[in-house]
Design a protein around this ligand. Structure first.
Ligand SMILES: Cc1cc2nc3c(=O)[nH]c(=O)nc-3n(C[C@H](O)[C@H](O)[C@H](O)COP(=O)(O)OP(=O)(O)OC[C@H]3O[C@@H](n4cnc5c(N)ncnc54)[C@H](O)[C@@H]3O)c2cc1C
Length: 347
């Protein structure tokens, strides 16, 4: 009989973020498929009651909490100690957590302390032949595997965006506080601040409906023999603003910056999609001035509807990588797209 612990942290305002609610939905589904199993919630943070109340109706048999100022920041030593204490208190055989940067770096170490095993980047949870199974992609999302393990406890990090977030009525959860004995050595690391781009400079939006990808073509000489990088910047910025899109890039384009060439000022390597870049999840993607080469498009695995604009009818997108390819000048097409978006938004 499995005891499934959903492990998550509360945010600074006490709430639970979407990845936590997604992992909860995964934990619930897994528990539902395993008759006789038990679902326990374990929360970590400055305060955890509000988070527990938010998911009070999720059907968990118990709500455990490790709370206090020591557990507010993401810090390996304290997060690992809290996770270990929660897993022991719940007598968990399966520990599910959202695969955020906070839990990704902690849970494999917790598995080691508990004598268990950990799997990261899990995108699917199911039950087959009465035993829990996970799905995971390998070789940069080119191959998918379904795995089972006999070792317990089994720590599973659920990739954000791979499950629908749990929804339900809030209530009042009977929270049981779990004590953690923290030696001073666990508190040596302190978070002194957070650096992040200004809100209007933030181009990576994981929740956006559209991924807009810019390729190196935007910086190339065009039909008039000139490059039009400033125009490209303006067009892309406008589209990002009007469509509330997330910005992706090809490796070639972000690399140009390092080579001292004129590039789009708001792009960094964080925007790079692909084999050596990221694999974001969005309902739609529009690739512009990007050739659609294999190392780039492996990052499009989780983009559902794909469109591309390229002058070259033989580009990579034409070979089954896009649902729709517009063989056209991206400057002209995006200019029109922006006009239509502006008209729609009444701007
Ligand atoms: C091991 C390895 C890992 C890699 N990892 C990645 C990765 O993670 N991500 C990644 O992106 N790449 C990766 N690459 C590089 C990848 O193979 C390509 O070189 C790169 O993606 C090409 O970028 P691009 O399409 O922007 O540029 P280009 O290949 O230069 O293509 C520019 C395109 O713009 C089009 N164009 C020009 N002007 C216009 C216009 N006005 N309108 C419409 N279209 C126009 C051209 O027709 C051309 O197709 C990797 C390569 C290797 C070897």
């Amino acid at each position: 009989m499995e005891t499934i612990l959903l492990l998550a942290n509360s945010e600074a305002d006490g709430s639970l973020a979407k990845p936590a609610l997604e992992a909860l939905a995964g934990a619930k589904a897994l528990s539902a498929g395993l008759p006789g199993s038990k679902l326990v919630v374990g929360l970590v943070g400055q305060t955890v009651q509000a988070g527990a109340d938010h998911i009070a109706s999720c059907g968990a048999s118990a709500f455990l909490g490790v709370a206090g100022a020591d557990f507010a920041p993401a810090r390996y030593a304290t997060d690992a100690a809290a996770a270990e204490a929660l897993a022991k208190a719940a007598q968990a055989t399966i520990i599910l957590a959202p695969a955020t940067s906070r839990w990704n770096r902690v849970l494999p170490g917790v598995a080691q302390r508990l004598g268990g095993r950990a799997d990261t980047h899990v995108t699917g949870l199911s039950v087959s032949n009465g035993a829990p199974s996970i799905s995971r992609w390998y070789y940069r999302q080119r191959m998918e595997a379904v795995l089972q393990r006999t070792q317990r406890p089994w720590c599973i990090l659920v990739d954000p965006g791979s499950q629908s977030a749990w929804q339900g009525e809030p209530g009042t959860a009977a929270l049981q506080s779990v004590a953690v004995n923290l030696p001073e050595t666990c508190k040596r690391t302190t978070v002194v601040g957070v650096r992040e781009p200004a809100a209007d400079a933030q181009t990576i939006r994981p929740d956006a409906d559209l991924l807009l990808v810019a390729g190196a073509g935007w910086t190339k000489k065009q039909a008039d023999g000139q490059a039009h990088v400033k125009d490209a910047e303006r067009i892309l910025r406008e589209c990002l603003k009007l469509a509330r899109a997330s910005l992706g890039s090809s490796k070639s384009l972000v690399d140009l910056g390092g080579e001292g060439q004129a590039v789009l000022s708001f792009l960094t390597h964080m925007n790079q999609i692909g084999q050596t870049g990221s694999t974001p999840r969005h309902p739609k993607g529009l690739s512009t001035c990007c050739h659609g080469e294999e190392p780039h498009t492996v990052g499009w695995r989780f983009i559902n509807e794909r469109r591309a604009i390229n002058l070259d009818p033989n580009c990579g997108w034409a070979r089954g990588k896009a649902d729709v390819l517009y063989v056209a000048d991206a400057f002209a097409v995006m200019h029109k797209v922006n006009e239509l978006l502006a008209a729609k938004s009444g701007a």
